[in-house]
Design a protein around this ligand. Structure first.
Ligand code: PEP
Length: 253
């Protein structure tokens, strides 16, 4: 059976001290309030990863990075590779977040390479995809999501795709306070699982976690997380506050 996952993407927020404070609170609250409900992943800025790896040791909470380069090493000033991330205890990496697709012009072809580097280094990729409001309004949401999935992921074989987590993040819902309705999210999740079934077969498609991301908060989490094909959440704003993040974890049934 596929896993339920709640991942907190801190983006470019929190000083080192603030990050340690938040992670410590979450660690304590998780051990006090929830047991084995789901996999929990914290995704802080790169600078926090090594220290948080020590702080979260033995807590069961896993560490993710927000990006990696498409090569393992070399003359790429300012970049971080999957190989380096592995050396500081990272288990997951976000690939294709819409903010990077937009501000860094990341293409599906580039993202496919990044996924290869992550998997080579035994880091699970969390592959983000989603349509803009214009694309949805033009009736192209299904087509856009399918091409992001096909071009980013369909070069992988069955054993590789099983190490990828998908995250449907409609661009219009990220950081806007405007959440997709459970029906809107579920229909895209179901459509994507169907595409995975056609490519990799039912058993494999049924074992892949597909997260929803886009203004998820404690008030809307349980309805979204209750949908059949939604296997967890990728949380931005609400992951910066320990109580809100814990309440989202607790909304998983
Ligand atoms: C995100 O950045 O992945 C995200 C879902 O952000 P927010 O929850 O703030 O919309």
């Amino acid at each position: 059976m596929r896993k339920n996952i709640i991942a907190g993407n801190w983006k470019m927020n929190l000083s080192l001290e603030q990050g340690y404070g938040l992670a410590s609170e979450i660690k304590w609250m998780v051990s006090d309030e929830v047991s084995n409900k789901c996999d929990i992943i914290l995704i802080p800025p790169f600078t926090h990863l090594s220290g948080l790896n020590s702080l979260l040791k033995d807590s069961g909470i896993k560490l993710g990075a927000q990006n990696c380069h498409h090569e393992n090493s070399g003359a790429y000033t300012g970049e971080i590779s999957a190989e380096i991330l592995k050396s500081v205890g990272v288990s997951y990496v976000l690939i294709g977040h819409s903010e990077r697709r937009t501000f860094q012009n990341e293409t599906n072809a580039l993202l496919a390479n990044k996924i290869n580097r992550a998997l080579e280094n035994e880091i699970q990729a969390i592959y983000c995809f989603g349509e803009t409001l214009e694309q949805r309004d033009a009736g192209n949401a299904f087509e856009v999501n399918l091409s992001q999935i096909k071009e980013g992921l369909f070069h992988l074989d069955t054993s590789q795709i099983q190490k990828v987590i998908l995250a449907y993040e409609p661009v219009w819902a990220i950081g806007t306070g405007k959440t997709a309705s459970p029906q809107q999210a579920q229909e895209i999740h179901r459509f994507v699982r169907q595409a995975l079934t056609e490519k990799y077969g039912e058993a494999t498609a049924g074992s892949i976690s597909i997260l929803y991301g886009g203004s998820m908060n404690p008030s809307n989490a349980s309805e979204l997380l209750g949908c059949e094909d939604i296997d967890g959440g990728l949380i931005g704003g609400s992951s910066l506050e320990s109580r809100a993040f814990l309440d989202i974890i607790k909304a998983i049934d």
